[in-house]
Design a binder for this molecule. Structure first.
Ligand SMILES: Cc1ncc(COP(=O)(O)O)c(C=O)c1O
Length: 415
């Protein structure tokens, strides 16, 4: 089986499908499934073996860090169950995700409620289910936690520069280190455990040095608190998947994180959490789509290729062309030409790529398949509404390393 964790087949130039397919583009198991079973499109096919290898790789690179999978990246139950089996913890955003984790074997102690925006009723529900770890970044939320989850541990999220991230968070979450220090002191007065500080350096972060900003900010929080002793730093998410723009290898990230921790904490090394989402599941997935229509180049207008998947049924992260998926088509090897790629809905914003230069085979026709590689993160999970009557994206899970696996075995099917 081809381990996608080894995939370096990204190009700096988003050339779409112009190159011949690379062997390492996806696992042979996923290809076999798509070619033999020909599932209705669009659909996402995930190889759980890739999720496993990403998780174990991260554990070995950052052995001191408790790995909390950010469930929002792909809440497929089989992914959660697989990670439970490997001893993972979970970062959740709502009681719905807590239920999902518990239903798939996670213990309440392994769950961190990482959303700073939550209703009192949701905090109470999490507490009732046994969750004892909560993120916060405001006095109002902290007071709600103290009332609905007495005695819980809390960590305070600091706002950090997201430069280098393809999908930055803006200013929605986090506070400055001084405010975080005051919140942890307040937590202690409210009978909570002021456990530590967290940050998120922005998703699909291309700069391994970026973690330094967060680690410095966490150090500031630790230095500015009085009367309490926080003991944990949560390194957040941000580790990349393989899209068209090459990102440094995972080991570079681990080394820079370790070095920043040494510089800022020395022998007072805190407990560590890390919350990878995209890195664990992104490269495990292939999204198969079908060409609905191709309209030829006319009067200076590029050729338009309309797929049966778009912004509202799986490709939300193409907004602003932030995430540029690698493509593969049924006609790779034929001559290529520039295209605008768009989704199937009646919405004018449902255009995937018009500024990023993609080239696809000139022979591409309606009915042909187009695969979007490394599409396991933030695709099916964003596709839950059914806008314009297009169904949410179904997911199939395979395991290319399962004992007794034969090509095309489907471990699950959720059309
Ligand atoms: C609190 C938190 N942690 C972790 C993640 C996962 O981030 P990534 O997919 O970049 O690893 C997210 C993503 O939104 C998040 O909000």
């Amino acid at each position: 089986m081809t381990d996608l964790s080894a995939t370096t087949g990204v190009t700096d130039r988003p050339s779409g499908a112009s190159a011949a397919p690379r062997a390492a583009d996806t696992s042979s198991c996923v290809r076999d499934f798509l070619d033999r079973q020909v599932p209705p499109t669009p659909c996402l096919v995930l190889d759980l073996a890739v999720v496993r290898s990403r998780y174990t790789g991260l554990r070995s690179m950052l052995p001191d860090a408790r790995v909390c999978y950010a469930v929002k990246a792909n809440p497929q139950p089989e992914v959660v169950a697989e990670l439970v089996g490997l001893g993972a913890s979970f970062d959740v955003a709502s009681p719905g995700e807590i239920d999902l984790c518990l239903a798939n074997g996670a213990t309440p102690e392994s769950i961190s409620y990482g959303n700073t925006i939550k209703k009192p009723v949701d905090i109470a529900r999490a507490h009732e289910l046994g969750v004892r770890l909560f993120a916060t970044d405001s006095a109002a939320d902290l007071d709600n936690i103290a009332a609905a989850a007495p005695g819980a541990s809390v960590f305070c999220r600091v706002l950090v520069d997201n430069e280098g991230s393809r999908t930055p968070f803006g200013r929605k979450f986090g506070c400055d280190p001084e405010t975080a220090a005051r919140l942890l002191e307040r937590a202690s007065r409210l009978g909570l455990d002021p456990y530590g500080a967290s940050f998120h350096i922005g998703s699909q972060q291309h700069d391994p040095e970026a973690w330094e900003h967060g680690i410095v900010a966490a150090r500031e929080v630790f230095d500015q608190v009085t009367g309490v002793r926080p003991r944990m730093v949560n390194l957040g998410g941000g580790l990349p998947a393989s899209y068209t723009q090459a990102a440094p290898p995972p080991r570079d990230y681990a080394e820079r994180i370790e070095a920043a921790l040494d510089r800022n904490f020395g022998s007072e090394r805190p407990e560590l959490l890390i919350e990878p989402g995209r890195h664990l599941v992104g490269d495990a997935g292939v999204l198969r789509s079908e060409v609905v229509l191709v309209t030829p180049e006319t009067g200076g207008q590029r050729r338009w290729v309309y797929l049966d998947v778009g912004r509202y049924n799986g490709l939300a992260e193409t907004e602003g062309e932030a995430i540029t998926y690698r493509l593969r088509t049924a006609r790779d090897g034929d001559a290529t030409g520039p295209v605008v790629l768009a989704g199937p809905t009646c919405d004018g914003d449902d255009v995937l790529y018009q500024d990023t230069s993609y080239e696809l085979p000139v022979t591409l026709r309606g009915g042909d398949w187009v695969d979007l590689l490394s599409a396991g993160a933030y695709t099916a999970s964003y596709s839950s509404v059914g806008f314009n009557g297009f169904a949410p994206l179904p997911t199939y899970c395979l395991d290319s390393r399962a004992v007794g696996h034969t090509a095309g075995d489907v471990r699950t099917e959720r059309p």
